[in-house]
Ligand binder design. Structure first.
Ligand SMILES: [Zn+2]
Length: 262
């Protein structure tokens, strides 16, 4: 599933290509025909990312909500625009690109109360300037649930997925099974800062590289595929060489080095 950095990057790149002018909207697959006809010809004012959700704001206070889920994806066409093939739920054609949306979990028109309900059930998103880490701390510091499960709960923190969970906990030396309430304020603050830094790097680069240049011994852009994470999908910890433990946690596979993470 795409993590928050992918969604924020999509919002930024699609805004540059589509916003500020009317867009042509269609649903080649047909499943979003009514929604597309409501959007068609309207000016797209901007696109906002919150955690793994996207809100497209059109004129006349019309808004589109998209969540890619496990299988959704965007295809952006900048030059030659192919005829839509397969299950294109929504095609948005703007001044600088055409964007196809396939296989999303959610693609719906929402009104202001819907949007308020969505925002209310999402925790702070570390990639947003208005994120309030205090809200996440209030939940984590009172919880007996494991920090590895809490980080994946979008009502606690919005945007973190499986790779960043594994990597941020590793960098901070925190075992995923530590109870939330066992974290000190200092540990939480450092974890928040690390997650935000990793998400920002991912948003800029368009891919996940959590290993530092110092640890890799080469510039980060030259770290080979398969060596870009410390514990995620690794057999051996890239910090200390100990075997990495992998197990099911909160429905997804967790990875940790039990030498480095206590
Ligand atoms: Zn280790």
């Amino acid at each position: 599933m795409p993590e928050g950095h992918t969604i924020h990057r999509a919002a930024r790149l699609q805004s540059a290509a589509l916003a500020g002018a009317p867009v042509t909207a269609s649903s080649p697959q047909g499943r979003f025909a009514d929604g597309a006809s409501l959007l068609d010809g309207r000016v797209l004012q901007g696109i906002e990312a919150v955690g793994k959700h996207l809100i497209y704001r059109f004129e006349d206070e019309v808004a589109l909500h998209v969540h890619l889920g496990l299988f959704g994806r965007f295809d952006t066409h900048r030059n030659r625009v192919p005829d839509p093939r397969g299950s294109v739920r929504l095609r948005l054609a703007g001044h600088a690109a055409t964007v196809d949306l396939r296989g999303p979990t959610t693609c719906e028109i929402i009104d202001l109360p819907d949007e308020e309900r969505l925002m209310a059930r999402l925790g702070p998103d570390p990639l947003r300037a208005d994120a309030d880490p205090e809200r996440a701390w209030q939940r984590i510091s009172r919880s007996r649930r494991a920090i590895g499960a809490l980080l994946m709960d979008q009502s606690v923190l919005a945007g973190v997925g499986n790779v960043y969970r594994a990597e941020a906990l590793h960098v901070e030396g925190l075992h995923p099974e530590r109870e939330g309430r066992s974290l000190s304020r200092d540990e939480f603050d450092r974890l928040w800062t690390t997650i935000r830094g990793m998400l920002r790097d991912g948003e800029r680069a368009g891919r996940i590289i959590t290993v530092s240049a110092a640890d890799a011994g080469v510039p980060r852009s030259r770290i080979p595929r398969g060596q870009r994470t410390y514990v995620y999908r690794q057999r051996q910890c890239r910090s200390c060489g100990a075997p990495v433990r992998a197990w099911e946690m909160a429905g997804r596979r967790a990875w940790a080095c039990e030498q480095c993470q206590l």
